[in-house]
Design a protein around this ligand. Structure first.
Ligand code: SF4
Ligand code: SF4
Length: 172
């Protein structure tokens, strides 16, 4: 049973997912010639993903039949992949799955206080303009959505409460 504050956190999560989808779609359209993401392509659907409890609850609320009736994909791939390589909880998939395939941009601070930049992309989408040549505005900036997600989780419950996707399905 979710409380009213947890329901508010779930609404905030769904708004955030919607916002991420819109921004990711805009970037994907910009990089259309290099991005080969499609239903059935699932190299990025790895088996060790964990999500905040609020994202786990979103999956429970929106896909109760999948959780109650489906068997997990065998270990080695995400439990939610089906036999065709498609996601069985696509509309409720967590944030981390919504930007896969885009050119990614991250910044980290070394212990000495130096800011370093890192760029990455799925190897299947690597062909095209070199990542180093892309302007920041044409990449997905890591960090900001993650911070907002942390705040949404803090409104839902324990800020550190994470769940393995595989643990959401029976028969593990
Ligand atoms: S939740 Fe769906 S999109 Fe995300 S890793 Fe699992 S199968 Fe892939
Ligand atoms: S990120 Fe890579 S592995 Fe995942 S769907 Fe896109 S092209 Fe396929």
């Amino acid at each position: 049973m979710t409380t009213s504050s947890q329901e508010a956190a779930l609404r905030a999560l769904r708004d955030l997912h919607g916002e991420v989808d819109r921004d990711a779609a805009r970037l994907a359209a910009h990089h259309e010639s290099r991005i080969h993401c499609a239903r059935g392509c699932a190299d990025c659907c790895v088996d060790d993903l964990t999500v905040f409890e609020v994202e786990a609850e979103n999956i429970r609320e929106r896909f109760p039949a999948v959780l109650a009736e489906n068997r997990p994909h065998p270990p080695g791939r995400c439990a939610f992949l089906d036999s065709d390589g498609a996601c069985r909880i696509y509309e409720a998939r967590p944030y981390v799955c919504r930007t896969q395939g885009l050119p990614l941009l991250g910044f980290t601070e070394t212990p000495e206080g130096e800011i370093t930049e890192s760029r990455d992309i799925c190897p299947l989408n690597a062909e095209g303009e070199p990542l180093d040549a892309l302007p920041h505005a044409e990449m997905w900036l890591l960090g900001t959505v993650e911070l907002r997600l942390q705040r949404v989780q803090a409104g839902f419950g324990d800020p550190d409460d994470r769940v393995a996707l595989r643990d959401l399905l029976p028969g593990v």
